[in-house]
Design a protein around this ligand. Structure first.
Ligand code: GUN
Length: 287
């Protein structure tokens, strides 16, 4: 029997409605509208689409968003000056610098410059450190989206074998950290594998929950999946056949128990978690 779909779009709508209600209550009580400043540098078409989606989601749920568009030739110092202004602007609660940045820009210096209290991506080393220590301020959006899919579908993680394919700073490393923490959506036995791992299928086949964030179209094939496993596909790859994930969807669907589609799986929830972080940032900055 084919796997059940884990519908991220539906879940995102439900959580966005919850957030919109909280935003409305917060604004009524404080007269403050949570505000996200999005920074987009250069002309990368995918980044333009993502930033537009993030802004639209803000507007639809009662938050404000401002877009700061800089040309591709912007220097690191110019970008740092903008971040400095956003850091000290009390009307801005969250700052999002859309990645990847153009080649000439020092991404680490830029992300380190964002005030940790406004770091709604949770990329600043202080926020990464807090996550590792199990006392996060903000949770990074994509890992938080994955964890919410598991929690809200009552997929047990305690004691489960979770295998994460990919060790990126944005997804692989933080989701592994979150799933091994104590508490709801945690307590898992986590293995992280990557491009240098030996005999990947023998590792991935152990997974009760397989999380794939390797950035290669159709990378995970049916022989790599344990029958009945939960498969979370974080990939978004543009191919001549359109958008596909990192999981070879149709064959894997015949083996897995539950699976996220691409598009319509993790993606819509990632933006939802950004809204949640922007509301949290506004709360933390509004005494
Ligand atoms: N580019 C790809 N994913 C992300 C993300 O989560 N945040 C930002 N700022 N840029 C990205």
């Amino acid at each position: 029997m084919a796997a059940t779909l884990l519908d991220g779009k539906l879940l995102a709508e439900k959580i966005r409605a919850e957030i919109a209600a909280e935003v409305s209550e917060f604004t009524r009580r404080t007269r403050v509208k949570p505000c996200l400043a999005a920074v987009l540098i250069g002309e990368d078409p995918a980044s333009q689409v993502y930033v537009r989606s993030k802004q639209k989601a803000c507007e639809q749920n009662g938050l404000t968003s401002h877009l700061h568009r800089l040309e591709g030739e912007t220097t690191t110092d110019e970008l740092l000056a903008l971040i400095g202004r956003l850091n000290s602007d009390p009307s801005v609660h969250g700052i999002l610098v859309q990645l990847p940045l153009p080649k000439g820009i020092d991404t680490t210096r830029v992300l380190d410059a964002v005030l940790p209290l406004k770091d709604v991506d949770a990329f600043h080393p202080e926020n990464v450190g807090r996550l590792v220590q199990g006392r996060p301020l903000f949770l990074p959006c994509t890992p938080h989206a994955i964890q919410q899919i598991l929690i809200r579908h009552q997929i047990p993680t305690a004691g489960a074998e979770v295998v994460v394919v990919g060790r990126s700073e944005i997804v692989g490393k933080p989701i592994a950290m979150m799933l091994m923490q104590k508490g709801p959506g945690g307590d898992a036995t986590v293995t992280v594998c990557h491009s240098r791992s030996h005999d990947l299928p023998s590792i991935t086949r152990r997974a009760d929950i397989l999380i794939v964030a390797i950035g290669r179209a159709n990378f995970v094939t049916a022989n790599m999946v344990k029958p009945g496993a939960v498969v979370i596909d974080v990939g978004i790859n543009r191919t001549e056949k359109g958008l596909v994930g990192d999981v070879d969807f149709e064959p894997v669907r015949q083996v897995a128990g539950r699976i996220t589609p691409v598009p319509g799986g993790v993606g819509p929830l990632t933006i939802t978690m950004l809204l949640q972080n922007t509301l949290l940032a506004a709360r933390l900055q509004t005494a």
